[in-house]
Structure formats: C-alpha cells, structure tokens
Design a protein around this ligand. Structure first.
Ligand code: HEC
Length: 147
C-alpha cells in the first residue's frame, strides 16, 4: 500500500515524459488526458498509508476526529448511509465518550463517510457499455473492434 503513491507518481511522470517523444503535432491532447480518464473509470482513490482512509474530500477531518480512540479499520470495514453513520456517531457520543461536533463539522464527517463507505449496492455503478468506454491505450488492434 505504501508503494501506491510512488507507483502513481511514476505513472504520471511516465505519461508526461512521453509527451515530447510520441505526440505528433496532430494530437497533443490525447497523452495529457489519459491519466484523468483512467482515474475516473477505475475510481482510483489513494489510501492514507497510516489509517487506510480514502484520501479524498474531508478525509483529514475524519482522521483527526475518528481515529484517536480506535483503529480506522473499524470505519473502513463499516458501511452506511448518512443516517446510519449519524446513528453510529450518536451511539458513540452516548456510550463511548465521543465528543460533540459543531453542526458543520458533523455534516462534513457524515457526508464523507456516507459517500466513501456507502452501503454496498450503491458503491458501484453498472459498467459502461463498450461503446461508451474511452479508448484503451493498451488494447491490441483486434480488441479495439467493438460492436
Ligand atoms: C472518544 C472515543 C471515540 C471516538 C473519537 C470515535 N469513536 Fe468510534 N467507537 C468508539 C468505541 C469505544 C467503539 C466500540 C469499539 C469496540 O466495539 O471495540 C467505537 C466503535 C465504532 C464503530 C463500530 C460500530 C459498530 O457498530 O460496529 C465505528 C464504525 C466507529 N466507531 C466509527 C467512528 C467514527 C466515524 C468516528 C468519528 C466521527 C469515531 N468512531 C470516533 C469510540 C470512539
């Protein structure tokens, strides 16, 4: 897991350095756009090497408020919608000495949790039809002839 940032850095650096060599004058943008497309399709979100939290949105707010008492694994293995996450927070506030949050902080924590650790059926959208997929830079010519 610790190598993911390095890998991503190499991937991005690699794409960048290809620019001058491979891009002809006709299509300079395709090389630049590739990393963005890959990120969206695979929904790659880097994980914090220490906590395992998804490093997106208000994750640092969650790290500072939700990891002091227990491992973040309790969070990352849990799933819930906003109401369910708020219920767990209320339970910890009642029974486990969790402090009160100001409304804005609480809303941001719950939004992060509900978005990144949502109930399973909502976690993945259906795969795109083949004809809506972006070009795969690694595919062989035969694989590219779709329907
Ligand atoms: C003041 C200490 C404390 C803080 C801060 C804290 N928790 Fe907890 N939490 C607990 C305790 C104690 C448990 C019960 C641990 C156990 O069962 O071993 C727990 C359990 C949990 C569980 C498991 C609940 C279940 O039903 O299995 C989740 C999920 C969780 N916490 C999420 C969070 C989130 C999200 C935050 C930040 C908003 C947070 N915790 C902050 C004390 C805390």
């Amino acid at each position: 897991m610790r190598y993911l940032p390095i890998f991503l850095a190499m991937l991005i650096a690699g794409c960048g350095s290809e620019g001058p060599e491979t891009s002809g004058p006709s299509e300079p943008t395709s090389v630049v756009e590739t990393p963005v497309v890959v990120t969206e399709v695979l929904e790659v979100v880097e994980l914090d090497p220490d906590s395992g939290l998804k490093m997106t949105g208000d994750w640092m707010l969650v790290r500072s408020n939700c990891v002091p008492c227990h491992s973040a694994a309790l969070i990352t293995q849990q799933r819930g919608d906003a109401e369910q996450w708020l219920g767990m927070i209320r339970w910890m506030q009642e029974k486990q000495n969790l402090w009160q949050f100001d409304p804005d902080t609480e809303a941001r924590i719950v939004a992060y949790l509900a978005e990144n650790y949502a109930p399973e059926p909502n976690r993945r959208r259906a795969a795109l039809p083949a004809d809506q997929m972006p070009p795969n830079p690694y595919s062989t010519p035969s694989a590219e002839t779709g329907p």
